[in-house]
Write a protein that binds this ligand. Structure first.
Ligand SMILES: *Cc1c(COP(=O)(O)O)cnc(C)c1O
Length: 432
């Protein structure tokens, strides 16, 4: 792959820069985290993406999570074709919405009722509105390093004094919009106790990625999610699991099945759309029934429950729900983890390879990574060299240190083997 042509991609990016801010429709795609320019893709199948210059890559981004069955899965393609023939949007209830809701409820026991929307961002935005409406309280606790989409009041990271007032993470978010957002470090029960202490009876809910996957990947420490469940319940606050990434990724019932925790509300997206734009949020009937038209919490969407998105998502879930896929994903994940750890060891490169099932992240640091502060110790220049080295070998990891990698059921043991072999070479030659 070294020396491969990227002429068409370069031309397209130059043109894109003329018409699209930064040349991209979502910032991480611009390769700012690793330097260089993005490649353009016009075709993908199974574990592979193909760029417009005809280069082939083993893909561990999997369209940032949704492609758990690999790209262009025939069951999804056929479902979308069939649905499109019948009309692309009705704005009137359609049977596929009912089927989707039934599938989600059957897989995720904490969900009695579910409302579909069009993105993960909409799901988290609506879930916190619902939590506030249901509890009649204003404060939301979130954790630094957790990403919940680009919702104004959730675009906040930790800063000193964050126990009471959050600092906006983006220009254009008035401080007033984040004054009810409390930001705490993840995996820190004492911080949570203090957060509730400082805001007693005013916390509507705690929103959390049960396995944070937007600052790389790190796991909840044993007992932490249980503690979170207990402290929210004892303060009358709702526990909101943002499973936009982990839902149907870690198990049919997501992280909550894997860790045995019952949240009050859950947000979904990514996998449940089968590659089409989708989000959803669901939970106990008593809470969900506060939504319009039954209750006072307004939430709506012109394209919500869109038949193409429902058809694609249903096809994906029907492939996943028998559950066998997860054994295979675990095997492939374990193979990648073992291979990468060995490759790093042999090259004498310090690495923390964090993994759960088919979600992973390689941090280049001596320090075990349990939260954002640990993740920040990773050598990002080293990551950038690793990323470009792997790309030249035909392996595409996410173009940022702070993203999760994903394996799909379309990946093979040979794909993983090739990846590990490439990594061994890249780590040795470029990093030592
Ligand atoms: C991707 C993601 C979102 C945002 O979803 P969009 O569809 O990009 O709006 C929210 N929460 C988590 C945990 C995510 O991984």
């Amino acid at each position: 792959m070294t020396g491969a042509s990227h002429t068409r991609s370069q031309q397209l990016f130059a043109e894109a820069l003329e018409y699209i801010p930064g040349g991209v429709n979502s910032p991480v795609r611009a390769f700012r985290g690793v330097g260089g320019e993005p490649f353009f893709v016009n075709r993908a199948r199974g574990s592979r993406v193909y760029d417009v210059d005809g280069n082939e890559y083993i893909d561990y981004v999997c369209t940032w999570g949704p492609a758990i069955l690999g790209h262009a899965h025939p069951a999804i393609i056929n479902a979308v074709k069939e649905a499109a023939e019948a009309g692309t949007s009705f704005g009137i209830p359609n049977p596929l919405e009912v089927k989707m809701a039934r599938l989600i409820r059957s897989a995720v026991p904490s969900v009695d009722k579910v409302r579909m929307c069009n993105s993960g961002t909409e799901a988290t935005m609506s879930a916190i509105r619902l939590a506030r409406g249901f509890t009649r309280r204003d404060k939301i606790i979130k954790f630094d390093g957790c990403y919940h989409g680009h919702v104004d009041s959730l675009l906040v990271k930790a800063g000193s004094g964050a126990l009471t007032f959050g600092n906006p993470d983006s220009a254009g978010v008035p401080a007033a919009f984040t004054q009810h957002t409390v930001v705490l470090p993840f995996n820190d029960p004492d911080a949570l106790k203090a957060g509730f202490g400082a805001n007693s009876d005013r916390v509507a809910g705690v929103i959390v990625e049960p396995v944070p996957g937007n600052a790389g990947v790190y796991l909840p420490e044993p007992g932490y999610l249980e503690f979170l469940r207990e402290i929210t319940r004892s303060h009358g606050a709702l526990l909101i699991f943002d499973e936009v990434m982990t839902g149907f990724r870690l198990a049919p019932g997501g992280a909550q099945e894997r860790f045995g925790i019952t949240p009050d509300l859950t947000c979904f997206g990514k996998i449940i759309g089968g590659g089409l734009p989708v989000g959803a949020f669901g939970g106990r009937a008593e809470i969900m029934d506060c939504l319009a038209p039954l209750g006072p919490v307004y939430q709506a969407g012109t394209l919500s429950g869109n038949p193409l998105a429902m058809a694609a998502g249903i096809a994906a879930l029907e492939e996943l729900l028998p559950g066998k896929a997860y054994d295979r994903l675990e095997q492939l994940g374990a193979q990648l983890e073992a291979g990468m750890k060995t490759a790093a060891q042999q090259a004498r490169v310090p690495i923390q390879f964090n993994r759960i099932g088919s979600m992973f992240c390689a941090y280049f640091t001596e320090r075990p990574v349990h939260n954002l502060a640990d993740a920040m110790t990773s050598d990002r220049a080293r990551f950038a060299r690793f990323f470009h080295g792997m790309l030249a070998e035909g392996v595409y990891f996410a173009p940022s240190q702070f993203e999760a990698g994903f394996i799909s059921t379309a990946h093979t043991a040979e794909d993983i083997e090739r990846t590990v072999r490439a990594a061994a070479g890249v780590l040795k030659s470029q990093i030592q």
